[in-house]
Design a protein around this ligand. Sequence first.
Ligand code: 5GP
Length: 116
Amino acid sequence: MYDNNNIFAKIIRKEIPCESVYEDKKVLFFNDINPLAKIHILGIPKKPVINYREFISLKDKDFVLYFFDKTLEVIKNIGLDKTGYRIITNDGLDSNQEVPHFHIHILGGDNLGGLK
Ligand code: 5GP
């Protein structure tokens, strides 16, 4: 069951601050507090979904598409489409997902090496 008190839910409600990169009524993109690359942005939908499986299973497919369209917009706005980037999402025990609100990591800004 979705935990309304997870850190990203609090960030969406503005109870915890974040460095926003892009925000509208449906989505939020913000800098990771502990960056693993020169650019490390987290992207979250403003819906109570825990992981990728739940997000993709939403009946509102327009919303799912909106999220990934905005992801590309953010990538283009900061020029990562020219230099390259990596998108990661963690889901389930083996992934060590830390925050139980679906999110993607957008990494770039430098050569990322092999898989992290
Ligand atoms: P996960 O392991 O769940 O895929 O990744 C969670 C990410 O959220 C981590 O990269 C971690 O650094 C980031 N994070 C955790 N707490 C906060 C916070 O309060 N603010 C921001 N901006 N990022 C956070």
